[in-house]
Design a protein around this ligand. Structure first.
Ligand SMILES: CC(C)(COP(=O)(O)OP(=O)(O)OC[C@H]1O[C@@H](n2cnc3c(N)ncnc32)[C@H](O)[C@@H]1OP(=O)(O)O)[C@@H](O)C(=O)NCCC(=O)NCCS
Length: 188
């Protein structure tokens, strides 16, 4: 089990659960068509942004299979994105991570700096065996991020689902616990 009792502090960022005060920061980027382009949700309206925030405020722990841990990415007291970890399977010790960043803060390594903490938490606290990440093949920024973190491309599904009204594909990246620990040793 993983429970967020205190924020995660990285070199430049703070990662912490969402609070009721995050509504405007969240809406600032989640209402943008460019941000939602390769996400399953549409750009958020004021109304569904507030509904989504209420859901996220409860996603503060991984207690059982199926749970999602959702953390706001905070820079200088402003929420500039979020990163998440889903506990996919307890028996098979599988997880999935994800990340979204405000376009005004792209190209600075902030998303990677936050997302790697989800891998750390999954492998080192939850003792997962494998963590995956999925993205649209056109989402080159997301694919590059996963490659930068040392994940392996395991699959490229072509026209595997209807995505926003047209055939879409999916890239699957993954990392094993052994690969995580090996990369940490190499980084020392
Ligand atoms: C996917 C997404 C998070 C990537 O954001 P990003 O800022 O490109 O990602 P990173 O934090 O890894 O930053 C990497 C870039 O910063 C640069 N950079 C600058 N300083 C850096 C540093 N200190 N450390 C690492 N990278 C740094 C890198 O060179 C790289 O640039 P490049 O893309 O031109 O090669 C962003 O495009 C996004 O939020 N998209 C919309 C939502 C979305 O699609 N999410 C993913 C769904 S699958």
């Amino acid at each position: 089990m993983v429970e967020m009792t205190s924020p995660i502090t990285t070199e430049r960022l703070v990662l912490r659960p969402f609070t009721e005060h995050d509504e405007d920061d969240m809406f600032e980027f989640e209402s943008l068509p460019d941000v939602a382009r390769y996400l399953f949700n549409e750009p958020r309206t004021r109304e569904n942004n507030a509904e989504e925030l209420a859901v996220r405020q409860k996603q503060t722990a991984l207690r059982a299979e199926g749970d999602t841990l959702m953390l706001a990415i905070v820079l200088d007291d402003k929420v500039i994105g979020y990163t998440l970890l889903i506990w996919l399977s307890e028996a098979n010790r599988q997880g999935e991570f994800g990340y979204v960043l405000h376009p005004g803060y792209h190209g600075k390594g902030y998303a990677s700096e936050a997302a790697v903490e989800m891998l750390r938490l999954g492998f080192e606290q939850l003792k997962l065996h494998r963590i995956i990440g999925r993205c649209d093949p056109r989402n080159t920024g997301s694919a590059r991020l996963m490659e930068r973190l040392g994940m392996r491309k395991e699959a490229h599904f072509i026209e595997s689902e209807i995505f926003k009204g047209e055939w879409g594909g999916e890239l699957h990246y993954a990392m094993l616990a052994t690969e995580w620990h090996e990369s940490r040793r190499a980084a020392r």
